[in-house]
Design a protein around this ligand. Structure first.
Ligand SMILES: [Zn+2]
Ligand SMILES: [Zn+2]
Ligand SMILES: [Zn+2]
Length: 497
């Protein structure tokens, strides 16, 4: 780590410099290896849970301690809106901001303010109590607000004004509405998805130093959270003086989708090498010239439209879990039937992600395993580089499913694919996935909490094998034989999708 610390509780190998027409950016002050910290912020400027996660996630550690031991959370006796693991998490949050928020939350009841209003409220409370250093406020004041662009769209402006008014009224602060509106605009443009160590979204997070990092669809760093700590890690080797880039959006989508999202939400035209590359679209589909090929293109577009429609129906709140699964499966089938649709071209890949979530919550473990295996073997290696945290988290989900299946399960006779027909030994599959994850910890961009989880589980599984007189690391043919069966299962399932 560099000795330079730009802000309290931040360690980094970067410094802010001008980045041409992108305003300021962060630049490496030394070479950074894959998996190494680009920056690490111990304390957020502001972080709040999404309203839907207030019930099941601790507002003190944001779920970090729950990963290790899942005791029942206790509600704050004042407002009963936020919950905590115990007194330690509660008193930490009380000092951070909750002492100022709790009376306001009580006043608003039975309503609960939305996440962005609660985040702005936190900033107002912390500013009023002198909790921010002048350095922090100075860095914040240099961030873009894009107020002019925001004002161009009346709906955006109305939202920011009404939120700021509500925060001013409830908090009874002396801060002017204009200053609060600036906070609101900065939050809108610079906040991150706060996630658990397993990349499950739980809320909103903002840090003025991390907010200096610019976007590129060909990013060299990724963001992760371990409780309230933020980690930005290098996904590929970064040379001294190179600019740090993260991705603000899902970059697995086609160019038009990415550019639309970036200009509508962040007000800029992406000029990254991936967006400048005119070949990019052609990589996904071959060029269409003849009449036949043009007809094929129309058929593909029609399939995409149908699949997106099914996805939308599947996510509607009125849809039952069983219907959701049916719609997503139908959408997968629609895309698969449109010849020439690669597994990794969106929305195919995200459809499968949605289906895995839906199947998991329906306790349909053998079906989930099949889709998680397809993702692990066929999709992720193409969409994500080896150090990408998403790849490691997907592998972890597959490992968890293998643990479950290795303990025995009731096959569902209605399943079109019967897992036991493939005679897979899930113990070996599990061992291999964990051994592979454990061996790649150094170069992985996952956060420390995730690495700890992998290491502990691998040790346990390996010890169980040893206790039975087997060392899978010296029994390669046995492990490979199971891997061949897994490949066969994946191919069989894809042929029938
Ligand atoms: Zn906690
Ligand atoms: Zn409270
Ligand atoms: Zn781009």
């Amino acid at each position: 780590m560099s000795s330079r610390s730009p802000l309290p509780s931040v360690s980094t190998k970067t410094e802010p410099r001008s980045s041409g027409d992108m305003g300021n950016g962060l630049f490496a002050t030394s070479d950074i290896n894959v998996g190494e910290d680009v920056m690490h912020a111990k304390v957020p400027f502001v972080a709040v849970l999404d309203t839907s996660r207030l019930e099941d996630t601790c507002s003190g550690c944001f779920g970090k301690r729950q990963m290790e031991n899942s005791a029942e959370l206790k509600a704050c006796t004042g407002c009963r809106v936020v919950k905590y693991c115990d007194r330690t998490c509660q008193s930490k949050d009380w000092k951070f901001a909750h002492a100022g928020e709790c009376p306001i939350y009580q006043k608003v009841k039975p309503n609960v303010l939305p996440n962005n209003a609660r985040a702005i409220m936190r900033m107002v409370v912390r500013t009023g109590r002198g909790k921010y250093s002048s350095q922090e406020l100075d860095t914040l004041s240099k961030l873009e607000t894009h107020m002019n662009e925001i004002q161009e769209l009346q709906a955006n402006l109305d939202r920011i004004i009404s939120t700021s008014k509500a925060v001013k009224n409830y908090s009874e602060t002396d801060m002017t509405e204009n200053v609060i509106m600036t906070y609101a605009a900065q939050l809108e443009l610079n906040s991150f998805n706060l996630t658990t160590a397993l990349y499950d979204r739980v809320g909103l997070y903002m840090h003025p130093y991390a907010a200096l990092i610019n976007h590129s669809c060909e990013y060299n760093s990724t963001v992760g959270f371990d409780g309230e700590e933020l980690f930005v890690k290098a996904i590929r080797p970064i040379k001294k003086d190179e600019e740090i880039f993260i991705s603000y959006i899902d970059t697995t989508t086609p160019k038009q989708v990415r550019r639309k999202e970036l200009s509508e939400r962040y007000f800029f035209d992406c000029k990254c090498p991936k967006c400048a590359d005119t070949q990019e679209e052609k990589l996904n589909f071959k060029e269409y010239s003849s009449t036949e090929e043009k007809a094929e293109k129309t058929a593909l577009e029609e399939a995409e439209r149908k699949a997106l429609e099914l996805m939308q129906t599947a996510s509607a709140s009125s849809t039952t879990p069983a219907e959701t699964i049916k719609n997503l499966e139908k959408a997968l089938h629609t895309l698969k039937s449109a010849s020439g649709w690669p597994l990794t071209r969106q929305p195919y890949a995200s459809l499968r992600d949605d289906l895995i979530v839906a199947l998991l919550s329906a306790n349909s473990f053998s079906k989930t395993f099949i889709h998680a295996a397809i993702r692990y073997l066929r999709v992720d290696p193409i969409l994500y580089s080896p150090a990408h945290p998403v790849r490691h988290v997907h592998a972890w989900i597959l490992a968890k499913l293998a643990i479950f299946l290795s303990q025995g399960y009731e096959p569902d006779p209605a399943d079109p694919i019967q897992l036991h027909d493939f005679g897979i030994n899930f113990h070996y599959i599990l061992w291999y996935i964990l051994a592979d994850l454990a061996s790649k910890q150094m170069e992985s961009c996952t956060v420390p909490g995730f690495k700890k989880l992998v290491a502990a589980n691998f040790q346990q599984v390996h010890a169980e094998f040893k206790a039975n007189g087997i060392d899978p690391s010296t029994a390669k043919p046995l492990v490979s034989a199971e891997w061949v069966k897994l490949e066969k299962l994946v191919q069989f399932a894809l042929d029938r999708e």
